[in-house]
Design a protein around this ligand. Structure first.
Ligand code: PL3
Ligand code: FE2
Ligand code: FE2
Length: 235
């Protein structure tokens, strides 16, 4: 079955679609709002880049607002209660790292993990989105690379000093992120997304990102594989 025929089969007005969409939409809106907050924290942690980081945060606030519009366009109100619960552990890890002056982990959590997750989610959503949300998601997806690049560049410039910390943070924070997907699994399927494809997209994006930062391709692959295997065993 081609992607095009799948798009035609989605009934954007059915109760089952709209019910699932309200939670997925809530996830995205809360995720974008959280990204905005994290960039404002990062602006305080990296005063030399404050202006740029505040600009990235403002982009996230805009994304959140535009995704609210996607829900409104379908006549639903986002259900944010599950999203707050699911995103709290990741935010907690960010705040704990900040308290310990572990700025490397703050950057890894927001710029590498959350941004790669967002890129993977939006790439998977695009072919099954309604035409209004498709336009919004395309421009948002394009913006997210700028956020990813900020973190990659900062870490790359200091790779020798930060490599071990980066790896430790990844091992702690990626499983928390992947855990979201098992809970969202039925809702993702109900809006036409393939959760397996989302995980595969995440692995591709994260592999590229770790290589950008300075990891050898085989080492990046080893880290990602071990996380994916752990995820499969936990599922
Ligand atoms: C970074 O800029 C924002 C982080 C947002 C995280 C979003 C997580 C989304 C999980 C599943 C969403 C499917 C995509 C649907 C888009 C309406
Ligand atoms: Fe965003
Ligand atoms: Fe972003």
């Amino acid at each position: 079955m081609t992607k095009t025929s799948e798009i035609k089969e989605i009934d954007f007005s059915s109760n089952s679609y709209l019910d699932a969409y309200s939670r997925i939409n809530g996830m995205v809106i809360v995720g974008e709002g959280l990204a905005d907050r994290h960039f404002r924290h990062l602006a305080r942690l990296f005063p030399a880049d404050s202006e740029e980081l505040l600009r990235l945060g403002a982009m996230e606030a805009r994304h959140a607002k535009d995704f609210v519009g996607c829900g409104r366009n379908l006549g639903i109100k986002a259900d944010v209660s599950l999203a707050h619960k699911l995103l709290a552990p990741l935010h907690q890890q960010f705040i704990e790292a900040e308290k310990k002056y572990d700025f490397v982990s703050c950057l890894v959590i927001q710029c590498l993990i959350i941004e790669c997750f967002a890129i993977a989610a939006y790439r998977t959503y695009l072919p099954v989105a309604d035409s209004y949300a498709n336009q919004i998601t395309k421009y948002v997806l394009n913006d997210e690379f700028e956020h990813l690049n900020y973190g990659e560049k900062w870490l790359k410039d200091r790779f020798g000093q930060v490599a071990d910390e980066v790896e430790m943070c990844i091992r702690k924070a990626v499983p928390v992120t992947m855990n979201l997907l098992s809970i969202l699994h039925p809702d993702l399927k109900a809006v036409g997304m393939d959760p397996g494809e989302l995980v595969a997209e995440f692995a591709v994006c994260f592999q590229e990102s770790l290589e950008q930062v300075g990891f050898l391709p085989k080492n990046a692959q080893k880290i990602i594989r071990s996380l994916m295997v752990a995820q499969m065993l936990a599922a």
